[in-house]
Each structure stands twice: as structure tokens, then as C-alpha cells.
Design a binder for this molecule. Structure first.
Ligand code: UD1
Ligand code: UDP
Length: 378
């Protein structure tokens, strides 16, 4: 069976490692994976670094679309993916998550009647101002096989009219929803020990007790009020607790800090010996940071969940989250980009000493399950 896999943004490249590994280990004789990189992310530390350290096969195609407005970026991807589908004639096309690369893949496949496999299906923030929410909803409704990492994801799909008890044969008009666990839990488990052996970042940076923070959501970076509130709170948490905060900075945030951060705040951040701003790091290094941090403060979907995998409490710098389980279980607090909520959320998390981390994201074998179901039903 020939499958085209679409990747483009950092989290998708990392996710692809789990499925590529499952194919390589158990299905190499049955599944041929053709990898298409849209080029949505292109800096070395946002793309290339992951292929090498996570043993992801080199992409067969790179569309090199680069950055741009949503319309232009998605249109270029759609154009390129359509051409590749017509040439490669795959039996299915596989997409991850909720980025513009995901929706471009979904549109190209469904218009050409190629069954679409959506991994990380069913997640909803119920906030359509978020570009990812539009990408998720449309993609789910173009799919034939939908793999939801959480039970909440399947419930969300049921609310949108998906029949959770339908029978094969599956198609875009009779799609199958699976609740199968999270391939990023597979990856975090798989790479955890490898990170212990290979990552030297904690030592290199001389880190002791520290908080890990990542920020990149467009509504945080592009809104001066929100971005200033977040950085004011980070500085105050660092100063009041004399605690280091490590910030591997997404290129979008680096650019927008220069535009949107008040001058004196920018100077304080630059001159603070407690705020360590570093370039984006590799996955093995981010795992090391997540495992050794005392707390995580993030607006990233992936990082908030990995905080849970590595049993760290988390402040979510958004007004809502798709990963509602970790909030309901008390491991994370949604604090938006609100100075007061961030400060009080930080105190509240410090006081929660009895947190539990139940297996909400499967058993670390989601990728294997997905490969088997693709082979059974495509
Ligand atoms: C995208 C996804 C988002 C995901 C994030 C993961 C969409 C709509 N958004 O957001 O869901 O959480 O990736 O990181 O698809 N840039 C560089 N170098 C790069 C990549 C980006 O400098 O290699 C800069 C460019 O200025 C670009 C900006 O970052 O304009 C934003 O990049 P883009 O891919 O459009 O969106 P992200 O914010 O990365
Ligand atoms: N990540 C990484 N290096 C970094 C920051 C994040 O490898 O410097 C990883 C992180 O561990 C997670 C993924 O990138 O697996 C999340 O990507 P991102 O935060 O960019 O996007 P989101 O998950 O919000 O879509």
C-alpha cells in the first residue's frame, strides 16, 4: 500500500517519527510511505534537526512554500500536493494535527477522492477565531479514518454527527472514528531514555531549578497587550522566586517581541540573568527541559501535553485548551494571557502537592494501532 504523509510544521515533523518508526519496524513489507514536506517550517532548528535525531526518513518531496498569509501559504501547498497525488497515485493520504499543511493535504486528497487519514482528530477548542480550529473541523469532515488521541475527541466528533458505531467499509461518507491514544505519548516514551543519554543541554546551560516556557500562538505574539502581560508575569515570577525561566523562542515570537514588546520590558528581559532566551531546541533537548523543569508555562498544544507526560504542572497561556483532561485532572490551569491569572495560577500550582498523572493518552502503542487499522480498512 502506498501512503502519502504530509508534514510541514515542527510538531508534525516530530509526530511523523512515531508512524515512520512503526512502519519501519513492523510493516515495511506492506506500507510504502511517501513523505511530502510542505516547507511551512524551514529554519534548520524548526525542521532539519528533527529528521536526523528522530530517524525520520528524508522527505521524498519538499514544496518549500515558506511563510506567508494563510491563503497564499495554503494555496501553494494545495497546488503542490495535488500534483504529487496525481503522479504518485497513493491509496491514502495521511495528515497530522491542525496546521495549514494539514488542511491543504485534506483538501487535495478529498477533491481527488483519495481516502484521508487524520491523526489527532476530534480535538476542539470551540474557538473559531483560532486558525487551527478551522483546520481541524474541515479536516475531520474530509476524512475516512479519524484517529482521536482522547475520549473527549471522539465525543466531540459524535456531537458533530459522526456515527461512532458504524461498520466497514469506510469512506468519506461513512467515516470511522477511533479513540486510540496519542502518538506523541508513543514518542515521548520512546525518546525519553535516548534524551537522558544524548542531551547535554541541562549541563550546558548550567540549569538547576527552573521553569520551562514556550510561546508562539499568533494571538499572543501579534497582540501587544497579551504579549506584554505574558512577559511582565514571567519577569515577576522569575524575580519574586529567584527562579530561572528558560524560553526556547519560536521564530515568530522572536520577530514579534521586537515589534510588540514595550521598550523597557524588552530591555529587562534582555538584561535579566533569570530569563534565559535560547533558540528553538531539538526534541531530545526539549524532553530534557521538560523532565528537569519544576513547572511548564506554555501556549503550545504539544508542550502542555508533554508536561503531563513528564509529570510537570503547567500553566496554559490561552483562554481555552483542546486538552481538557489535564485541566480537569488538576495538572494544568488555563490562565490566558492575563497577568493576574498567570501570577495566581503559578501560586496555585505550587500549592498542589497531590497531583496524579493517570494514563489519559493511551499505552504508547498508538502508532502501531493506526498502521494496523490503515492496513485493514483502506
Ligand atoms: C504554525 C501552525 C500552528 C502550530 C505551529 C507550530 C498554522 C496556521 N499554524 O504556526 O498551529 O502550533 O506552526 O510551531 O498552520 N518562521 C520562521 N522560520 C520558520 C518558520 C516560521 O522564521 O522555519 C516565522 C515566519 O516569520 C512566519 C512565522 O514564523 O511568518 C509564522 O510561521 P507559520 O508557519 O505561518 O505559523 P506558526 O506560528 O509557526
Ligand atoms: N519543541 C521542540 N523544540 C522547541 C519547542 C518545542 O522540539 O524548542 C517540540 C515540543 O516538544 C512538541 C512540539 O515541538 O513536541 C510542539 O510544537 P509547537 O509548540 O511548535 O506547536 P503546537 O504543539 O502548539 O502545535
Amino acid at each position: 500500500m502506498k501512503i502519502i504523509t504530509i508534514i510541514g510544521a515542527r510538531p508534525q515533523i516530530i509526530k511523523a517519527a512515531a508512524i515512520s518508526r512503526a512502519i519501519r519496524n513492523n510493516h515495511a513489507d506492506k506500507i510504502q510511505e511517501v513523505i511530502v514536506h510542505t516547507g511551512q517550517h524551514y529554519d534548520e532548528n524548526m525542521s532539519k534537526v528533527f529528521f536526523e535525531e528522530l530517524q525520520i526518513p528524508r522527505p521524498d518531496y519538499n514544496l518549500a512554500v515558506g511563510s506567508g498569509s494563510h491563503g497564499k501559504q495554503t494555496a501553494k501547498m494545495l497546488d503542490g500536493i495535488e500534483e504529487i497525488i496525481m503522479k504518485e497515485k497513493p491509496q491514502a493520504l495521511l495528515v497530522y494535527g491542525d496546521t495549514n499543511s494539514t488542511v491543504a493535504g485534506g483538501l487535495a486528497a478529498s477533491k481527488l477522492h483519495i481516502p484521508l487519514v487524520h491523526i489527532e482528530a476530534g480535538l476542539r477548542s470551540y474557538n473559531k477565531a483560532m486558525p487551527e480550529e478551522i483546520n481541524r473541523i474541515t479536516c475531520d469532515h474530509m476524512s475516512t479514518l479519524l484517529f482521536s488521541p482522547t475520549s473527549q475527541g471522539s465525543e466531540n466528533l459524535a456531537k458533530e454527527g459522526f456515527d461512532l458505531n458504524n461498520s466497514a467499509p469506510y469512506s468519506i461518507d461513512n467515516p470511522k472514528v477511533y479513540h486510540c491514544g496519542d502518538i506523541m505519548f508513543d514518542n515521548s516514551k520512546h525518546f525519553s531514555e535516548i534524551s537522558d543519554v544524548q542531551s547535554t543541554l541541562i549541563k550546558d546551560l548550567g540549569l538547576g531549578n527552573f521553569i520551562l516556557s514556550t510561546i508562539h500562538r499568533n494571538n499572543n505574539t501579534d497582540d501587544p497587550v497579551r504579549l506584554n502581560s505574558i512577559f511582565k508575569a514571567l519577569l515577576d515570577i522569575a524575580q519574586q522566586n529567584q527562579q530561572t525561566i528558560v524560553l526556547p523562542l519560536h521564530p515568530r515570537t522572536k520577530k514579534m517581541m521586537e515589534v510588540n514588546l514595550e521598550k523597557d520590558l524588552m530591555e529587562k528581559v534582555e538584561n535579566s540573568n533569570l530569563i534565559k532566551v535560547i533558540p528553538p531546541v531539538s526534541f531530545l533537548d526539549v524532553i530534557a527541559l521538560e523532565k528537569n523543569a519544576s513547572m511548564v508555562v506554555t501556549d503550545s498544544g504539544g508542550v502542555q501535553k508533554e508536561a503531563f507526560f513528564f509529570e510537570k504542572p503547567c500553566l496554559i497561556l490561552r483562554s481555552e485548551t483542546e486538552w481538557v483532561e489535564i485541566v480537569e485532572n488538576g495538572n494544568a490551569i488555563v490562565v490566558d494571557a492575563d497577568y493576574d491569572k498567570i501570577m495566581s495560577g503559578h501560586k496555585e500550582l505550587l500549592s498542589r502537592s497531590d497531583l496524579s498523572y493517570p494514563p489519559l493518552y493511551g499505552d504508547g502503542k498508538a502508532a502501531e494501532f493506526i498502521c494496523n487499522e490503515i492496513l485493514n480498512h483502506i
